[in-house]
Design a protein around this ligand. Structure first.
Ligand SMILES: [Mn+2]
Length: 347
């Protein structure tokens, strides 16, 4: 076989980003987690992982921001049907609850369904936790590819078990601080409520791009000392690049300890970059703003110990290979996130 040429077109049968197949020892280990059972508005993020992998073949590997992202190897671990079957079962059970606007405490069928859905969510948590822990044990970078934003809890839980001072940098249109949203213990809208309640090692959470939240969540953002929320309207005032903008980024990042998990919900970006995501909201970060955050994080000397990218949905215009605009953006963002993580381990 010819040696790998990073400038050549992706070869048929090659791996994610057209990289050679088989490097189980690759530094970045990407787990596909096709789960979107608790998505409240519009599903489809279960197709995110396969669509992003298909679109990744078009990403050129030379990166001006974070050169050498692929050099340690990037290995994709496809779901073997386990998560998919949990998702199918949980989706079917969740449908009547979502249609009713949430679980009715007096409805036995709702309560039975909820118990099973929450049990399946526990299984997903354990699955993701075990994968992440395996990455840490082997000194690999865990990368979780959703799926909805409920999926990375087990990853952050494993990271909290390893690093007694962990920070989380969250890109998101939503605060995701709801308690048991619609009755779902592991709702995509509850992930950072769960993280803050259950993982005391998470010393600080920085939220960027937030522009859609409930009253209770707004109070929590204001009152919880561990949370720094940079609301989207505050951020937008600082565009274009300015000393004020750089200061805001630095001040926010300075609240994070050395070890950071990056949790990227694609809906933190402007919806023109993710038109089919589950819960799109007007406004949001433009591409260059998101890149500026990643650069600022790396330049601050923080270490990205793990990351997730969630809520990418390929949408109905996807071709039979599953590629679509949403997936193209997702694939490029994934590459940049891995590149930023790699640089963060060098500095
Ligand atoms: Mn989210």
């Amino acid at each position: 076989m010819a040696p790998f040429d990073p400038d050549a077109a992706a070869q048929p049968g090659s791996g994610i980003f057209g990289l050679p197949l088989g490097p189980d020892d690759a530094w970045a280990q990407v787990l596909g987690v096709p789960f979107d059972a608790t998505t409240s508005y519009r599903r489809g993020t279960m197709h995110g992982p396969e669509a992003i992998v298909a679109a990744s073949a078009q990403v050129d590997l030379h990166d001006r921001l974070f050169p050498g992202a692929h050099e340690g190897g990037i290995h994709y671990v496809a779901d073997q049907g386990t998560v998919e079957s949990w998702n199918q079962e949980a989706r079917a059970l969740a449908n009547p609850i979502i249609a009713a606007g949430g679980a009715d405490p007096d409805d036995d069928s709702h309560q039975q369904a909820l118990a099973r859905i929450n049990h399946l969510g526990d299984a997903l948590r354990d699955h993701v936790h075990a994968f992440t822990e395996g990455c840490f044990a082997a000194k690999r970078l865990p990368v979780l590819l959703g799926g909805d934003h409920s999926i990375p809890f087990g990853g952050m839980e494993a990271a909290a078990g390893r690093f007694d001072q962990l920070g989380v940098l969250q890109f998101d249109a939503h605060a995701d601080l709801r308690e048991d949203y619609e009755g779902f213990r592991w709702s995509h809208a509850s992930i950072f409520h769960n993280v803050l309640e259950e993982l005391p090692q998470v010393r600080s959470l920085v939220q960027v791009g937030v522009r859609d939240l409930g009253h209770g969540e707004a109070l929590r953002c204001a009152e919880d000392e561990r949370i720094t929320t940079l609301f989207d309207d505050q951020w937008a005032k600082t565009i274009p690049a300015s000393a004020e903008r750089d200061q805001i980024m630095q001040d926010s990042i300075n609240t994070l300890p050395k070890d950071v998990w990056v949790s990227f919900d694609i809906d933190g970006l402007s919806p023109d970059l993710c038109p089919h995501t589950g819960t799109p909201v007007p406004g949001g970060l433009d591409w260059h703003s998101a890149m500026a955050w990643l650069q600022a994080l790396v330049q601050s000397g923080r270490t990205v110990v793990g990351l997730d990218l969630c809520e990418v949905a390929p949408g109905p215009d996807a071709d039979p290979q599953g590629t679509s605009w949403d997936a193209v953006v997702g694939a490029r963002l994934l590459y940049r996130l891995i590149g930023a993580a790699r640089w963060s381990h060098r500095s």
